[in-house]
Design a protein around this ligand. Structure first.
Ligand SMILES: [Zn+2]
Length: 464
């Protein structure tokens, strides 16, 4: 036992020494088609991991130290380095692709001067020690602006410096380079670094207000915005059929949110769209790649609750949307082959999104019942800010629910996990809504039953 501790201690010491002394410089050429990367170490690790997506794009790999310069070659999924030596690894990455699902071609056409790069396709994976991450310096032409999820340290006309952030497994992140309008939105002590790609000169100002409002709804729900520093990347795509045709949360290299919007739509339609409330709500929980029901479910619940609390939705509309979603999910679950909610994945999206949303509502109600209203879902999620949101790790639902039990001083979450998520195809919600006093009339409209036993909880959910 002791031996293992010593060995682990040694490994941590070695890796921290390597990480501490590792610095990356990237030179962007004029056409932005090629990146020249130089990664210097005081003590090189034995090998670096080469992501599958990078293998086809990496060329001219060399190692330089005080003795000589020599060529290196990738073998399988790794690149061997002269372990323990001081020196610099240099390589070129070219033909990097944009990767915004379903929109690449159109983005290319509308924004030929800007590129969106998948950060996993740029760099060889190094050892990540939180708190001792490498500094990355990007040298670029003066007309070029940058947006990355990494922590921004310094920006000048020709040079942008970041400190890298840890990357959870199975995650993705974007570096945007080119013609961008950069702004900063402050929410309390949180900083949202906004980058807008738009040919419309009015768009950045308008989108800044939109981000402030939509991210602000989540700050209301979490007590404060859940993370201290995030990237928000917005691509304006005139001609799209919806005001916000696409949104996604990215976790590689730090947290980021990406939206495709169409600013030809008016403010009424832009602010009525649920996508931004949904994506920002994802940031209330840590990354759970193998339990998508949790992240999608909690975001689907909160996309309505955040808008209710901030006044973007009235109470009746918010519950109507939740009820409609629960029903859609239940209907889909009847036809699906995912026998329990835990196993509902990408192919069972309605079951997954709205089954998870019922679990969020059940947690909210059970927490208030168990504690006489002293604890609620907002307070429990706020507790995650201190321990779990900004660690750069992937979580399982079971581990996250254990944390939420600890924070809330209850067993509400583990009970729901054991009894519903692992056992039910879709959690029951009809009687719960009845107890909350949410009643659908014969004509399809919604009314509130103020004498219902849990009506006081429904009111507290609305006020936050
Ligand atoms: Zn989502």
């Amino acid at each position: 036992m002791k031996k293992i501790t010593v060995l682990v201690g040694l490994l941590v010491w070695q890796t921290s020494l390597q990480a501490q002394s590792s610095n990356i410089t990237i030179d962007l050429n004029e056409g932005l088609r090629q990146l020249e990367v130089r990664h210097c170490f005081v003590r090189a690790p034995a090998a670096l991991q080469v992501q599958y997506t990078l293998r086809r794009h990496i060329r001219f790999i060399t190692w330089e130290d005080h003795d000589d310069t020599r060529n290196l070659a990738v073998s399988g999924n790794s690149l061997r380095l002269p372990e323990g030596h001081s020196g610099c690894l240099a390589y070129v990455v070219d033909h990097v692709e944009r990767n915004v699902r379903g929109h690449q071609k159109a983005i290319n056409k509308q924004h030929p001067e800007t590129r969106i790069l998948d950060i996993d396709r740029l760099l060889l994976r190094t050892i990540e020690v939180p708190g001792q991450m490498p500094i990355i310096e990007i040298r670029h032409p003066s007309a070029v602006k940058l947006s990355a999820p990494w922590q921004l340290l310094q920006r000048s006309a020709l040079n942008t410096r970041y400190r890298m952030k840890p990357t959870p497994t199975y995650s993705r992140g974007f570096l945007a380079i080119g013609k961008l309008s950069l702004r900063t939105v402050y929410l309390g002590s949180s900083r949202l670094r906004l980058a807008v790609m738009s040919t419309n000169p009015m768009a950045p100002e308008r989108l800044e207000q939109w981000v402030r409002t939509m991210a602000g709804t989540v700050a209301l729900t979490g007590g404060s915005f859940p993370l201290p520093d995030i990237q928000v990347l917005i691509i304006d795509m005139p001609g799209s059929s919806e005001p916000v045709p696409w949104g996604q949360v990215n976790r590689a290299g730090g947290q980021g949110v990406l939206f495709v919007v169409n600013t030809e739509f008016g403010d009424d339609q832009l602010y009525a769209d649920w996508t931004a409330a949904h994506e920002f709500s994802h940031l209330l929980t840590p990354y759970t790649p193998n339990d998508r029901w949790l992240s999608e479910g909690f975001a689907s619940y909160h996309q309505n609750i955040t808008r209710l609390r901030s006044g973007l939705l009235d109470e009746r509309t918010a519950w109507k949307k939740l009820l409609a979603g629960f029903r859609r999910g239940q209907k889909a679950a009847e036809k699906t082959d995912a026998s329990v909610l835990k196993h509902a994945g990408r192919r069972h999206s309605m079951q997954m999104y709205w089954g998870g949303a019922v679990i969020a509502l059940k947690a909210e109600v059970a927490l208030q019942q168990a504690t006489g209203g002293r604890m609620n879902l907002t307070l429990a999620l706020r507790g995650l800010q201190e321990c779990c949101l900004n660690t750069g790790q992937s979580w399982s639902a079971a581990a996250m629910f254990t944390e939420l039990d600890r924070i809330s001083g209850t067993q509400v979450f583990s009970t729901l996990y054991e009894e519903e998520v692992k056992r039910q195809r879709f959690p029951e919600f009809t009687s719960l809504l009845e107890q909350l006093g949410v009643v659908q009339t014969r004509w399809g409209s919604l009314r509130f039953e103020e004498q219902a036993p849990l009506a006081h909880i429904r009111k507290r959910i609305a006020s936050g």
